[in-house]
Ligand binder design. Structure first.
Ligand SMILES: [Zn+2]
Length: 393
């Protein structure tokens, strides 16, 4: 490794630029409109980031999978064959209950505002690393692709479109507030519905009908009893066992009618080794094997939301490069698993080794008072520069 190049790139990290640019991004409202109608989406963020990439002499590409849901992508060629993807999302959650969502006020070394931590700090940390390479004139040992993507807070529309279009890498770092630890595993999710069909009748003659609510009352505990022991055997060392939770229920047409239909929403969390498809097939098979009363039919609908689990090899070249980069500046950084999901699901789905890493604390994300420690953003940038050089070996 050329430590002269690495040191030159580290010296080119500019805390004044980082803080000013983060402030600019926080002042751009980029609420995810899929979940919060009226949100502006990510187009303005993508344009501002693309302008910065252009100013660095790169050729950014804008990708717009749906109107106003723009992502910005650019690549810095490297000397070696490997490619490292740095991905962070530009959308935010709503700003309800916040007194100053877009002020980007700085006090006590912290910047305040919606997205300051989740996830604009990671955007700046990653872009700051690319900028340091450009400003120092250092050609990195691996090609570095930077992607500021739309839509993470709901469906991952931005990264899903880029991956579908053929974006690939030998490793990916997804920026999220991990407190500078290296996340190699998180659970995936499958959300869907159990639908039970019976037959309506007047409630004064229940035997004339087939009560869908009664059937659901029997099916739910039976499903849990059949599945839970199996889920326990799949516990992952970093994220624990997979789970099934029933989360919503609706059924019945009126107080004097035997209900002909009852639906139950559920949330199934997946661990590495499981897929949304395998979890769905498993539930359908258990249901099919269950004896149901005459005249009752039950089905599980296709997934309404799904995202695969992430389970990168903690001893693999990517995790070890990011860990080495982090520990060079903060020896306490370690390899961990987390309960929440990220865009890493959509990248790992294509076989790209993916870890999650970034400045800030998930406790700040989505909170009424959101902030990030500016020194931590600069530290993350230095760690990413080091990780880029470590990933070459
Ligand atoms: Zn996030």
């Amino acid at each position: 490794m050329d430590s002269t190049d690495r040191d030159a790139a580290l010296r080119a990290i500019d805390p004044a630029w980082q803080s000013a640019f983060l402030g600019e991004l926080v002042r751009i409202e980029s609420i995810n409109p899929e979940t919060w109608p009226g949100g502006s989406g990510e187009a303005a963020m993508a344009r501002r980031i693309a302008a910065e990439l252009e100013a660095l002499g790169l050729q950014p590409r804008l990708d717009e999978p749906a109107p106003g849901r723009t992502s910005a992508v650019a690549s810095q060629p490297g000397t070696g064959p490997r490619t490292l993807l740095l991905e962070a999302h530009t959308d935010t959650v709503q700003v309800e209950g916040m007194t100053e969502p877009f002020s980007a006020r700085v006090a006590g070394g912290r910047m305040y505002g919606r997205g300051a931590c989740d996830d604009k700090a990671s955007v700046v940390a990653f872009l700051g690393a690319v900028r340091a390479l450009r400003q120092s004139g250092v050609t990195p040992p691996v090609t570095v692709t930077f992607a500021a993507t739309s839509g993470e807070e709901f469906s991952g529309i931005g990264i899903r479109a880029l991956m579908k279009d053929g974006l690939r890498a030998d490793g990916a770092i997804v920026g999220e507030p991990t407190r500078l630890d290296v996340v190699v595993a998180h659970k995936g999710v499958l959300r869907s519905e159990l639908v039970v069909h019976g037959r309506a009748a007047h409630s004064s003659a229940p035997a004339e009908g087939r009560n869908a609510i009664d059937a659901v009352a029997a099916i739910l505990p039976a499903l849990q009893a059949a599945l839970t022991p199996q889920l326990q055997t799949r516990a992952h060392p970093l994220v624990g066992a997979p789970t099934l939770a029933f989360t919503q229920i609706a059924g019945g047409a009126g107080p004097n009618t035997i209900p002909e239909r009852c639906t139950v929403g559920f949330d199934r969390r997946l661990v590495p080794g499981e897929t949304p498809e395998s979890a769905l097939a498993e539930l359908r098979a258990l249901l099919a094997a269950m004896p149901l009363p005459d005249g009752i039919r039950a089905e599980i609908t296709d997934a309404s939301i799904s995202g695969g689990p992430v389970g990168a090899d903690p001893d693999g070249p990517l995790a070890q490069a990011v860990l080495a980069g982090a520990r060079r500046h903060r020896p306490a950084s370690s390899i961990i698993g987390v309960p929440y999901g990220t865009d890493a699901s959509h990248i790992a789905l294509y076989g790209v080794p993916t870890v999650i890493f970034g400045p800030g604390d998930i406790a700040q994300a989505h909170a009424a008072v959101e902030w990030v420690d500016l020194a931590e953003v600069n530290l993350a940038t230095a760690m990413i520069v080091d990780a880029i050089f470590a990933f070459a070996r």
